[in-house]
Design a protein around this ligand. Structure first.
Ligand code: HAM
Length: 428
């Protein structure tokens, strides 16, 4: 079709069976989050632009150049959320969740929007699975979050990931560090790329995030946030590390790990995966002790830690490690042979579905041959053929598609037949 509309650049349709992998990952995440007492939060996809400017930070790439923002009819500037931590913090403040006893544990699953340059593993609409633990600054919270993440990846049987860990220090540490970094960059920046030169002036911390191989030697000479931690932050980080060691969770210290969002303080982390290529960050997160406070939470009540996992990337890494297996949309394919067989055949299918068996039907006008080849192509396990003879004898012709074995099964025994065979298949 000439000039037919196509999907927007950087966005994609998820089709079966990929949608099934997404649903499986989401189900596993919900299951694991529940084990740690997390409950779901759903915030709107549109927020006031100001929310992200004040939290993620004006100088970040996300706010500076990647947001989908527009002016609404009442002149309010709105933005499709590029991430959800700011929204969760806003909701935490707006609904005074800090008043509830104990820490607040929330998780979310949903689409985020960033107008980045699209490439493998990087989309303009992507899905995140994230969790936030709010209401305190105990290092125990950081450990809980990282242990929960390891549990989730373990539950998904995903191997080959590495946890990178760093501490960015508190606001005072950051001020001292930024000043020292600016100083150290002055003689080095002129030999770095244009992005680094600009960041050296606007946002020195982001220079550490430069991926250009030629700049790495100079970046290695710069001080790191770890060199500037005060006693409190150093002790906090040591406790987090001790708790991870006690839980048997391996990590790599990455003194130059910085995050692309400005709200972080103290613990920062990323999980990377070898199967992902250039966009190897499977998930990222960290502590944000001042975020909710800046949005109006009482002092100390807004501290928290969280993460977001790139679901598109997780599914891709997960798939890379799994054997390709054709899973049918429904295990039983129903083949009504002719219009006159349709009524009884559909009633039979409904009876099977009532008993929890998945059935999909073919077109009653098709020949038995066409039905069988369709059933095989749809990866069904059995084809059930119902024609005049089968209706008269009340016996269905059941064909096991893997073996070609055919048997006549009484209509009333069908559910039992499939359930027994299903158990056999599952236990073999
Ligand atoms: P983030 O590092 O910006 O953190 O994103 C988290 C994850 O989302 C990344 O590690 C990556 O897997 C995925 N992701 C990001 N951008 C894209 C993209 N364009 N295409 C595909 N996947 C992408 C945050 O968003 C923070 N809100 C995390 C957080 C929660 N920190 C504290 N709480």
């Amino acid at each position: 079709m000439p000039n037919a509309p196509t999907v927007v650049k950087g966005m994609r349709d998820l089709l079966p069976p990929e949608t099934r992998w997404f649903a499986e990952v989401e189900a596993a995440a919900r299951e694991v989050f529940a084990l740690y007492g997390y409950e779901e939060i759903r915030t709107p996809m549109l927020e006031r632009t100001e929310l992200f400017a004040r939290t993620v930070g004006e100088e970040t790439d996300i706010v500076g150049k990647e947001m989908y923002s527009f002016t609404d009819r009442d002149q309010a500037s709105l933005t499709l959320r590029p991430e959800a931590t700011a929204s969760v913090a806003r909701a935490y403040v707006e609904h005074r969740l800090w008043e509830k006893p104990g820490w607040t544990r929330l998780y979310y699953i949903g689409p985020m929007f960033r107008r980045e340059r699209p490439q493998q593993g990087r989309y303009r609409q992507f899905s995140q699975i994230g969790a936030e633990l709010l209401g305190g600054d105990a290092p125990q919270m950081d450990a809980e979050m990282l242990i929960m993440l390891a549990r989730l990846l373990d539950r998904l049987q995903l191997t080959g990931w590495t946890l990178y860990l760093n501490s960015l220090g508190c606001a005072d540490d950051r001020r001292r560090y930024d000043a020292a970094l600016g100083e150290a960059l002055r003689p080095l920046a002129p030999r770095m790329c244009a992005d680094c030169r600009r960041r050296a002036l606007t946002h020195p911390l982001r220079v550490l995030d430069c991926k250009r191989p030629e700049d790495q030697e100079l970046i290695a000479q710069l001080p790191t946030p770890l060199d500037f931690l005060d006693d409190g932050c150093r002790g906090h980080f040591e406790t987090v590390r001790r708790l991870l060691d006690a839980a048997g969770i391996a990590y790599q210290l990455q003194p130059r790990l910085v995050r692309g969002l400005d709200y972080y303080t103290r613990t920062a982390f990323e999980f990377v995966h070898g199967a992902l290529g250039a966009q190897n960050a499977l998930l990222g997160g960290g502590r944000y002790d001042l975020l909710a406070e800046r949005l109006g939470a009482p002092k100390g009540a807004g501290a928290g830690i969280g993460f977001a996992l790139g679901e598109d990337r997780l599914v891709s890494a997960w798939q890379a490690g799994r054997a390709a297996e054709a899973v049918p949309a429904a295990a039983i394919y129903l083949a009504p042979l002719g219009e006159s067989a349709l009524g009884p055949a559909l009633a039979l299918a409904e009876n099977l579905r009532r008993q929890g068996l998945g059935v999909m039907a073919g077109d009653a006008r098709w020949s038995a041959k066409k039905h069988l080849s369709t059933a095989a192509r749809q990866a069904a396990r059995w084809a059930v053929l119902i024609g005049e003879n089968e209706i008269n004898s009340r016996q269905a012709a059941v064909k096991a598609l893997a073996t070609g074995e055919q048997s006549a099964v009484g209509w009333d025994q069908l559910a039992e037949f499939f359930s027994a065979s299903r158990e056999q298949i599952l236990s073999s």
